[in-house]
Ligand binder design. Sequence first.
Ligand code: NAD
Length: 491
Amino acid sequence: MAGEKELKKQRFDNDAAASLMKELRTTYASGKTKSYEWRVAQLKGIAMLVSEKENEIVEALYTDLSKPETEAHVTEISMAKSACNHALKDLKQWMKPEKVKGSILTFPSSAEIVSEPLGVVLVIAPWNYPFLLAIDPVIGAIAAGNAVVLKPSEVSPATSSFFAKYLEEYVDRSAVRVVEGNVDETTALLEQNWDKIFYTGNGKVGRIIMAAAAKHLTPVVLELGGKSPLIVDSNVNLEVAARRIVAGKWGSNSGQTCVSPDYIITTKAFAPTLIDAMKNTLEQFFGKDPKESKDMSRIVNSNHFARLTQLLDEDKVSSKIIHGGQRDEKRLYISPTILLDAPEDSKIMNEEIFGPLLPIVTVDKVENSFDVINSKPKPLAAYLFSNNKKLEEEFVSTISAGGMLINDTIVHLANPSLPFGGVGESGTGSYHGKFSFEAFSHKKAVLHRGFGGDAPMRYPPYTPAKQRLLKALLEGSIFGIIRALIGWPRV
Ligand code: NAD
């Protein structure tokens, strides 16, 4: 089996990528992916795959991340079903051309925006929500009428194999394909001339993707990460706040979530109260020894385990641990860890943590939190816990982030009416709900005209009177148009 997989990997080189592209281009050129019926059939196929293979998905997620079953259902499987159902329900509406206002310059005419598929697109997925973050963009690509290749992450091999084994069984494989592999295979895929590349992962590889896309002027969506801050004011409902913070940090894939709170900012005076509340909540959720809890995912692999322990072991940082810090390499376990006032220039305060470590930064006044956030690259998410409406308004207007959530963590991405994506270093482009359809569509401007109303003034030979009228029309000056039409003042 391993040998067979090895062989498959060896075969997927530049030539294989080129021939796959040729095949998918032929399918796309046939026009079949554009029809509403084809799109619906594929989306139904994916919905059926998710329903029929639910147990296999749970197993794969457990193998890759020890992901607790409830977490697998809530944060991956149900979200995938919901994305599929949403697309099935609204697709007809999304596909309808949007009529827009006419213009005096083109009178008489009618205008519309037609959403057309981009063509053949590539989706490159990460390992942390390896099922959802692979299938969700694929749903968008299909809903928009594209042919699509999915490259799941090699860091989550069980989920990657799941896709390779089943996806093509449930959809039209002449238009939807899975390519497994690691950097070599991804590099071979990136040589091709895609109509869009949708990449989820870290910013370092994001730059490689963008550079490869630039060769063909291929547009990209980059769903990246960063350090998502969380401000806690002292006027909060402490119990609810602590539950939502602990759930968002440790109860969601052990902090291996792109929108996981990366660090907390609170006042010096309030920090001890908040820390106590978080410790109590940790114990309520995961017991006295979280290592034995079945409700906490493990670190994905030994590389990431080493990366995280290095963040903790930096000399100036280890003395700042005020809770947790235990680790067990064999079980890829690091206990929920809280640090207080780690130095600003430490690695943990400058790199995305992406794990169960939570530094707390203290400030004199909660308003000073904004300067801390604005001194770092724009985050994917920013959180504020406060009952102060004025602070909330200032937070929304002062902080630039991919998305924001007031008085909770992470759940903003469960609302399909909101776009999900980053800004600046946290990414470019967005998806979810209709935004997924739009991410994989081109908005084509279409103007319809008849042969009547052919105004001679637009054609040479030009005269001063024609010029006046054209200028007035272009500048939208009704007075100017009337003046030009009646020829006043005479020149
Ligand atoms: P990863 O290691 O699985 O990499 C993602 C994909 O990039 C994989 O498919 C991999 O094959 C490919 N890849 C890796 N190296 C490559 C190279 N040199 N050339 C071409 N392709 C390459 O995942 P990761 O990057 O470790 O994921 C974690 C990061 O992703 C974090 O920064 C996190 O914040 C971010 N993330 C963002 C979102 C989002 O929606 N914005 C979601 C999840 C994760």
